[in-house]
Design a protein around this ligand. Structure first.
Ligand SMILES: Nc1ncnc2c1ncn2[C@@H]1O[C@H](COP(=O)(O)OP(=O)(O)OP(=O)(O)O)[C@@H](O)[C@H]1O
Ligand SMILES: [Mg+2]
Length: 352
């Protein structure tokens, strides 16, 4: 909570930093992720803007504030602290050698973080222009799963209410289904969309644009970073994350302890997801009959390393016959923006 609202000031430089001011209004897709918030409004094909869903707080001082102003960073001040949020938090966290704080955890608002709502609202306002009350906005939410069920109601309602105050007709869409909307247009939105995210992985099995099976697993990039950091006795997870993002190649034999640990946890995430997918198919008795094999499309930041697709496909096929016939496994055109793009497609389809 901000102690004294009237003392809050913000440094929001004009021009390119204020991204929300530059976008056209209309249908909007918003991917509200544990690691990043991504906005797509169709202003150009495959165009999407993103901000890290993170912040760093430092005690308020004139000197610190001057540094932020000099660096042209976006921040907010209350009487006690300065808050640097969004993409600038990365630089500032490295500069101070701390882990940035995160408004969301495992796909949902982080109950342990008192600033979560406030910071997310600031980040969303940087990306989304004010609507006029009727524009459609679809935002992504996780599917049901371990640790999600009851909390999802609160998460979804808080975001919907806030987005309505920004002037939108705001609706939630399952993240896996958004991947289907983004990538499986030519298949009549029939297939399996999977997002490998930071906080979790989300799956939707869609028939003719209808989600028939949706679920999430509470493992993703953060789980990998956290566990690799712990088993190797590393100081902070940021170092592991940077190494993972910059140089991991899952198609090569691991050579270092770090690579070995990353491979182990990547395989763990994939195996958990594949087993759950098999179990969900076995448990659902009323799936429509399909006359052709289904494609699987992969998206999300955790699916980015070289060799991910091949490893996933070989693990999927290694487990014996799959409950349904799979035509092919493919990567989304842009794994980092597929969910936002799918949310945009959903919003657009209700706008016409
Ligand atoms: N090039 C890369 N190689 C490996 N991992 C990456 C790469 N780029 C991003 N990531 C990882 O992807 C994760 C973030 O993915 P994404 O942006 O899809 O998540 P999110 O949508 O914010 O989270 P969620 O959907 O779980 O709520 C982080 O763990 C990040 O470290
Ligand atoms: Mg996501």
């Amino acid at each position: 909570m901000l102690e004294e609202k009237n003392q809050v000031t913000s440094n929001k430089p004009e021009g390119s930093k204020n991204e929300a001011a530059n976008v056209k209004t209309g249908a909007v897709g918003l991917d509200i992720g544990t690691s990043r918030i991504v906005m797509a409004d169709g202003s150009s094909q495959r165009d999407a803007r993103s901000q890290l869903n993170a912040f760093v707080a430092v005690p308020s001082s004139e000197m610190a504030e001057n540094v932020l102003k000099h660096k042209n960073m976006v921040y907010e001040r209350n009487c006690k602290n300065l808050y640097v949020y969004g993409n600038d938090s990365n630089f500032f966290a490295s500069f101070l050698n701390v882990d940035a704080r995160r408004p969301m955890r495992d796909g949902l608002l982080n109950a342990q973080e008192e600033m979560s709502n406030h910071i997310m609202q600031l980040i969303i306002q940087r990306l989304v222009p004010r609507g006029r009350g009727k524009e459609m906005l679809y935002f992504s939410v996780p599917g049901k799963g371990e640790g999600v069920n009851g909390k999802l109601v609160y998460h979804e309602a808080m975001l919907r209410n806030f987005l309505q105050t920004l002037g939108y007709n705001a609706r939630a869409i399952n993240e896996g289904q958004a991947v289907v909307f983004s990538e499986l247009q030519e298949e009549n939105f029939t297939g399996i969309g999977i997002s490998f995210g930071g906080g979790m992985c989300n799956v939707s099995v869609s028939f003719m644009s209808m989600p028939m099976i949706t679920f999430s697993i509470p493992k993703g990039g953060d789980y990998i970073d956290r566990n690799v950091t712990e088993v190797l006795g590393e100081g902070n997870a940021t170092k592991v994350r940077i190494e993972k993002e910059e140089s991991l190649d899952l198609s090569r034999q691991p050579k270092t302890d770090l690579e070995r640990a990353l491979h182990i946890y990547y395989e763990d995430v994939m195996q958990t997801l594949i087993e759950r997918l098999r179990a969900e198919f076995r448990a659902s008795s009323q799936l429509p009959k399909i006359d052709r094999p289904m494609p699987i499309v992969l998206a999300g930041g955790t699916a980015k390393p070289a060799g991910f697709l091949q490893k996933f496909e070989s693990m999927l096929r290694a487990g014996g016959e799959f409950p349904i016939e799979i035509s092919d496994v493919r990567m989304a055109k842009d794994p980092l923006t597929a969910t936002a793009h799918g949310c945009y497609i959903a919003a657009l389809s209700e706008t016409k």
